[in-house]
Each structure stands twice: as C-alpha cells, then as structure tokens.
Design a protein around this ligand. Sequence first.
Ligand code: SF4
Ligand code: SF4
Length: 288
Amino acid sequence: MSCVKLTVLSGKGGTGKTTVSVNMALSLSNIQLLDADVEEPNCKYFIGTDFDKEEKINRKVPEVDQEKCTACRKCVDFCEYNALAMMIDEVLVFPEICHSCGGCKRICPVNAITEVDRELGNLKRGVNKYDIDFWQGELNIGEESSVPVIEELKEKTNPNKNVIIDAQPGTTCPTIEAAADSDYCILVTEPTPFGLSDLKLASELMDELKIPHGVIINRAEEDSDYIIEDFCEKKNINILLKIPFIRDFAHLYSDGIPFVIDYPEWKDEFKKVFKEIRGVLDEKDNGN
Ligand code: SF4
Ligand code: SF4
C-alpha cells in the first residue's frame, strides 16, 4: 500500500480528537491534514496557519415566484425536510434547512420554482511553518448542512500524501461523510462512562461502514477501572496508544502548542501508531 487516508473521530467533542490529529500530523512525513470539523475547525490554532486561498461553497435553494404560484401545496407536502411552508397562499422557504435536493422545483406543476445560489461555507488553504499541506472546511454560522462542505473538502485530498482527516465529533452524517472511503479510522476516547458510551456508538458505526479501526485513549491513567480496555478486548479492537494526563500537555494545549513540539519523544509514539496501522492495512491487502 502506498499512501494512507486516516480519519480521526470521536463520539463526542472534547476528548482530544484534534490533539491526536495535529500531533500525529506533526510526527509523520508527507502529510496532508484536512480539518473536516466544519462547524468548529480548530486545527489552525495549533499549527499556526495563515490562509492564502479561499473558495466559496454554494448550494442551490428554491426561490418561489409568487405571481406564478397557485398555492397548490404540492411542494410543501413533498419537502421531507420541512424547508417549505404555506402561509395563507404564499410559499415560504427556509433555506437553512433545505437539503438542495431539487425535488420541489421538479414537482411544481406551473414552474413557479427556480433555484438560486446560497453561500453555505468555504474552504481555506493554510500555509504554516511546519509545511503541512493543510485545508479546512468552514460552515457559515446558521447553516445546518455540513455534508456538502465536507464533500468539497475531500475533493482536495492529495493522493500522493498520507491524509489525516479531523472529523466532526459524533456519529451522524457529517462524521460518516468524513470517514467514508478512509483506509482506517482512529477513535479517540477518554476513560469515563460517557467516553465508553460514545466509543460504543463510534465502533458500531465503523462496523457498519466496514472500516478497520483502532482506539487512542486520552487521559489514559484515569482508566483505573479499565472500562475502555475491557470493551476493546471484548470487541477485539486494537488500542493504538494511551496518552496519559500530563499537566504540561494541558498547559500546552491551552497555549495552542501541540505537545510533540515540547516533547519530541512523543513523535516516536505516533510513528509507531502509524506503522501499526500500515501493518493492519498491508495484512488486509494481502487477504489475511
Ligand atoms: S430543494 Fe428539496 S429540501 Fe430544499 S426545499 Fe426543495 S424539496 Fe425541500
Ligand atoms: S408546487 Fe408550485 S404552484 Fe404549488 S405551491 Fe409550490 S410553488 Fe406554488
């Protein structure tokens, strides 16, 4: 196998997903980092990025010509996202929740609906002192559809680099879109009952998507009850790395400094993780 596409995800926010993505990106060579946590992209704060390129992402939303509209309600009844409503005899459009399926336009018997562009978000290319090939997606405030932004972001994937995608937390459509077609996923969790509960959901998602995956436990020494380890053992999930709670790591995080910068020996740990992942993927390629 040549280059590898990894997605880093977690069942919920605040578990250390971005910490893992950024520190791993800084530990490996020939890396592209894509920040697909489009509602709150924050890798940029840790790699000190300036942006030298921006691309707007538009999508089509309906516009109703009230002169032509006969108030038949067909479009309102058709829209399963409730992005259209009838107010007396006028159709109201709620573009924030429209999924741009185009169905209402097709169904209108009098061609009263046209489609107009609406800006959904943007993609930004970052230049940084670490020379990481970096792109981030950003969803505009008030918009609800992250998926088209993530789709466009993934179009930036460089096939000649090992790609790390920092996904949106959770197990819903934006996370699925980020993880789909990845070679391997890293599930970041913390050793608490909440962490375990979210890890279970994330692991079920991986099983459904049939993506090989392993776990990184953040603040690992708090797992005195071994709840994450027990779960991983039962499900035969590899624990790739345990990052202990180190007060200085927390300070560095709050200063926006990836901990491998001050503790370069940790780069070797991430290199080992990557080597292990490659081993799993090579075995898979060889049909074992
Ligand atoms: S384009 Fe689709 S989602 Fe948007 S308003 Fe029309 S039917 Fe609803
Ligand atoms: S389907 Fe067309 S004519 Fe009917 S309510 Fe919608 S916009 Fe008006």
